[in-house]
Design a protein. Sequence first.
Length: 335
Amino acid sequence: MIPHCVGLWMYQNSGGTEIERKIVTQLKDRNIEAVTGLDLGQASAHNGSIFCNGYMMDELDLFFSYNAGQQSPFQVYLYQTLSSMIPTINNYTAFELTEDKFRTAHLLKKHGIPSSDYIVCNKNNIEQLKEHLRFWQGKAICKPVNGWGGNGIIKLESERDLDLIHPYITKQNSPQFYIERVIENDFTDYRIDIVDNKFVACYGRKAASGSWKTNVTSGGSVICREPSSEVIELALKAAKITGLEVAGVDIIYDIEHQQYVVLEVNGIPAFATPDQEQAGLHFNDTKISYLVDLIERTVCKEKASKEKTNGLEASIVDLAAIDLASASHVKEETL
C-alpha cells in the first residue's frame, strides 16, 4: 500500500528538531510518510505546480507549516496558492485572518467574544484618534496590525504621546493606524493551546519587573498556571470562530470590568522548550498526538473525497459512452 505523503516545515531551535522527529515517527507508524525541511522560501512555481527541494508540493497530501520566526512575505505568498491546491495546517484563510490583529478582534467582537476595545482608521486622521483617546482618558496601546513577539507595540499615556509619535505613524507603509484600550490587569496572561478544537494545555506569562509586556521576547517569563473552565471555554470559542486548526489564545483578566478578555489568537503557538519542560510544562506529547491525529484524519478525508470525485467522473464517462453507442445504433437502424 502506497502511504500518504505530507510535507513539514518546522522551526529547529528551542527543541523544534526533537518535536519534528516525534511527529515524523508517529506519522510513519500510521503509514504516512513525512518530507521535512520544505521551506517555501526556497520554492518556485511554474507550469501550474509549486516545487521545493525537488518535490512537487501540490502532489503532497498535506502541508504543515510551523515556523513563525523565519516566515517571510514570499513564503506566505506561495502558502496562499498552495492552500488552494492541497490541505494545509493551518488553512490559509484562518492563518491570514489571525495574522491581522484588527481583523481578528473585529471578528471576535462580531461574535460576542470579550476582546480588546479598539479603533482602526486612516493613519492621517489623527483627530479621529484623539477623540477616541479622550474617551479612554488618553491611554491606549498602539500596535501594528501584524507582527509578533511584542515588536512595534507602544503604550500611549496621553494625547501628547500621540503627537510625539505622529511623524513615526505617517512614515509607515501601512495605510491604517490601530490602537486598543488599555486593560487594567495584573501583568500576567493565560496562553491556551488548542489543536483540532481540543484543549491541549495552559500556561501563563508574567511581565518583567517595571514592564507591562508579557511576551517572552520582550522580557516576560513563562509561569505555570491552572485555567478555570471559563478560560478554557472562552479560548475554544475564539479559536473556533477564527477557523484555526492549531491555535494559541492569549487571555487576560480585565480588573475594571471583572471579566476575561481575549487579547490575541495566534496561528503558530510554540511548543514548550526543554527549559520550560524542566520547569513543569509537560504538554508537548499531548500536542503532538492531537496534531498527528488531525493530519491523519485530514489526509484520509482528502483521499476519500478524491476517490469519490474520480468515481463520479468515471461514471459520467461511462454514461457518455453508453449514450454515444446507443446513438450510433439508432443511426445504423435508421439507415
